[in-house]
Design a protein. Structure first.
Lengths: 191, 191
C-alpha cells in the first residue's frame, strides 16, 4: 500500500504528561516520539580502519563507518555487529565503547564501538547492498574529504586517541542480581 | 480525548525495508518502532549516593536512581540532568559515562552517568512529583532489598567499581570538523 498521507494528528499534552505529543484526532492514540539509537563500529586490522562507500542517499559515494539504527530486540553490540555484516559482510568482535554522541537536533544518540574482525587471521569483507565499495585504510590514506558524516570524523579521531587504551565493555542484559530482585520486565515503563 | 483504541495496523515489510513494521491499513503510514533511550545518574556526595523512593507505579515505594526516557531535542547529558531535577530537584554536574546497558527484551538502551552536585558545597535535593522521598545513602546503608529495578543494582555496582577512576565524557553535538565537511543535518536518515 503506498503511503498516502499522515494520520490526522493534533498536538496535545496527554493526561499525566508534561510535554506536547502528537495525538490522533480520531482515536486518541498518543504517538510518542523519542530519539533513536544509531550503533556503529570502527573496525580495524593491523592499524587500518574499515570504511564503506555509500551506494545509497544521503551522501551516496562518500565513505562512512558500518553503522545504522538499532532495532527492537537487539542489544547495542548486536546491532553494531548486524550493521557491519549488512554493510560490509564483516564478522566483527566488539572490543569496547569508543564514544557516545548525541546529535540532539536530529534526535539521534550514536553508540560507537571499537571492534576487530572476529577472525583476525582471515579478515573478510565485501560490499553489502548499501555499499558500493568497502576497504581498509591506513590512517594517512583515509579519504578525509570524502567522508559522509561529521560523526565519522569524530569517531575516527576518538579511535586514534584511544589507541592502546582499554575501553569499557557495554553491558547487555546482565543476569538477575543474586539478591533476587524484581524480574527484568519490571523495567517496563519504569525508571 | 480518551484513548479509545489502536489504529488499524497491518504487519508488513515496507518497500525497501527488510523487517516487518506496523503499517496503517487506512493510509499506509509506517509506524517505525525503535528502542528507547533511558538516561540516568549515580549522583554522589562525600561517598554517599542519591536515591529516590518511587511515588508512582511500577515499583511504587521502591528506591531508584534519577532516570527516565530521553526526549527529542535533548543530548543524553541534558536528559540526565533534567531527570535529576524532575525527580529530586537536584542540580547535577555530569562527570562521565558510567555504563551503557541494553535491555533488549523491552527495547531499552540505558546510558548511566556518574555525577556530582553542581554546587557540592551546598548539595540540595527534595522529592519531585514522582518521588515520595529522596536521600543520600552511604554504601552500607543502601536499601538493597527495596531497589526498584535490576539496572539500579548494576549501576550502583559499576559506580563502586569505578571509584577513583576517570571516565570518558559523553560528546554532545561536537562542532563541525574544521575541514568543513557536510552540515550536521546530513546525518538525517544517514549512516
Amino acid at each position: 500500500m503506498p503511503f498516502s498521507g499522515m494520520p490526522d494528528f493534533l498536538i496535545q499534552v496527554p493526561e499525566g504528561d508534561s510535554r506536547e505529543r502528537r495525538v490522533c484526532a480520531t482515536c486518541g492514540y498518543v504517538d510518542y516520539q523519542n530519539p533513536k539509537v544509531v550503533v556503529g563500529s570502527v573496525v580495524s586490522q593491523d592499524g587500518r580502519v574499515l570504511l564503506c562507500r555509500r551506494a545509497i542517499e544521503p551522501r551516496r559515494g562518500f565513505w562512512t563507518l558500518p553503522a545504522g539504527y538499532l532495532e527492537l530486540g537487539e542489544t547495542v553490540e548486536e546491532g553494531a555487529r548486524r550493521e557491519a555484516f549488512e554493510e560490509a559482510e564483516a564478522d566483527i568482535a566488539i572490543d569496547g565503547i569508543l564514544a557516545v554522541y548525541s546529535i540532539s537536533r536530529i534526535g539521534q544518540v550514536q553508540v560507537i564501538f571499537r571492534a576487530l574482525f572476529a577472525d583476525p587471521e582471515h579478515p573478510s569483507f565485501t560490499p553489502g547492498p548499501e555499499s558500493a565499495e568497502v576497504a581498509l585504510f591506513a590512517w594517512e590514506d583515509i579519504p578525509w574529504h570524502q567522508i559522509a558524516f561529521p560523526s565519522v570524523h569524530w569517531a575516527l579521531a576518538a579511535w586514534r586517541a584511544a589507541q592502546g587504551r582499554a575501553l569499557a565493555a557495554p553491558a547487555g542484559n546482565p543476569p538477575l542480581d543474586p539478591r533476587g530482585v524484581a524480574p527484568l520486565r519490571a523495567e517496563v515503563g519504569g525508571l
